[in-house]
Design a protein around this ligand. Structure first.
Ligand code: KG4
Ligand code: ZN
Length: 348
């Protein structure tokens, strides 16, 4: 089966082709122009998706050496995300499904991230603990199969990526600051400044990162009222990064212990963080677990992860289940789904 998948929930436009678990192409275009506004501007994001999605589709087909007529089904991210951006990908995919008379699978973006650690990786087995860490979400899932998974922890305020980006802004760095903090940290001392590890030892799997952001703000105002000198930047970055990573790793390992699973998967944009990848792997191994993270192209928002899980859905249900073109996009976040009964995910 050959699936043409689309992802446009935030500031990456991506088109991928997935066939029998293999990624034939995964084209990603990032909207770097948002950096001058200090964050993603929703209206500009949707316009940029619209401008490039057709071209990226041609590139994805070319790279996979396929014609559009050879595609068996379409898949698209329909929730959660920026409403205008979701509409662009979703309507483009619906148009193709209508024209070529093929099924279309609506996919939850987080569902894509949850299973992205299994792409090109046969070693990862169910059940596993999944830490999804991105700019918009931070959550821990207990994943039992492609169909059954539940939220066991959630951030109560900022997402981990949001914390990286907001703290980077306080440090005078550009958006998105996560990768810049990662880079600076390599030359810094993570023990130089002691920032709070909020909720690290709370008896649940929830997170809170807004206290860290406030603590960094007060620290900079008090110690460096004229701005952070360049010489302090690496130590600041390393200390902030450690405060975030320590909590993420500690909670993931505690969840693996309580739910008695062997494997831990960390995914989402922040899973590109070098300390998180390394520390998760080292500490997991020391405690008898095995940790996985997707390869870099599958950490950030990408359509390959959308096509990957869409293929599982198509195989598990009849193709006629995906003939509906009236499904809507939904911008609401994970928080609203936490207490919904039954399985988490897109309901048909
Ligand atoms: O998954 P993603 O591409 O988009 C969302 O769904 O939000 O994640 C983007 C987030 C941004 O907050 C960005 O700063 C963060 O991932 N990020 C990183 C790194 N690379 C991306 N954070 C820390 N270290 C990195 N190397
Ligand atoms: Zn994402």
């Amino acid at each position: 089966m050959r699936i043409l998948a689309f992802e446009s929930s935030c500031d990456e436009t991506s088109v991928a082709i997935v066939s029998d678990n293999k990624i034939l192409s995964n084209i990603i275009s990032s909207q770097y122009f948002h950096s001058k506004y200090g964050g993603v501007v929703p209206e500009l994001a949707s316009r940029a998706h619209l401008k490039i999605i057709y071209q990226l589709t041609q590139m994805a087909l070319e790279e996979a050496k396929l014609e559009i007529e050879e595609i068996d089904a379409f898949a698209v991210t329909t929730e959660p995300g920026l409403i205008g951006s979701l509409i662009v990908g979703s309507n483009f995919a619906k148009g193709l499904a209508l024209k070529y008379n093929k099924p279309i699978v609506p996919v939850n973006h987080i569902e894509g991230h949850i299973f992205s650690g299994m792409i090109n990786n046969d070693a990862c087995e169910f059940p596993f603990i999944n830490l999804v860490v991105s700019g918009g979400h931070t959550a821990i899932f207990l994943v039992k199969s492609f169909e059954e998974y539940s939220i066991i922890g959630l951030t109560r305020d900022d997402a981990a990526g949001e914390a990286f980006d907001k703290i980077a802004k306080l440090m005078g760095l550009e958006y998105p600051g996560g990768p810049l903090i990662d880079k600076l940290s390599k030359q810094g001392d993570p023990k130089k400044f002691n920032f709070p590890r909020s909720m690290m030892h709370s008896p649940d799997y929830d997170f809170s990162f807004s206290g860290l952001k406030t603590s960094v703000r007060y620290f900079i105002q008090k110690e460096f009222p004229d701005g952070l000198p360049a010489v302090v930047m690496p130590d600041m970055a390393a200390s902030v990064q450690s405060a975030i990573v320590d909590v993420l790793v500690h909670k993931s390992l505690s969840a693996a212990r309580e739910y008695k699973v062997k494997h831990i998967v960390v995914s989402g944009g922040v899973s590109a963080n070098s300390q998180l990848r390394e520390q998760m792997q080292t500490e997991a191994k020391a405690s008898g677990f095995e940790a996985f993270a997707p390869s870099m192209g599958f950490c950030m928002d990408n359509a390959a992860m959308i096509g990957f899980i869409a293929e599982k859905k198509l195989l598990n249900q009849t193709k006629n289940d995906f003939r509906c073109l009236t499904f809507r996009v939904n911008a609401s976040s994970l928080r609203s789904q936490r207490n919904s009964p039954g399985k988490f995910g897109f309901h048909y």
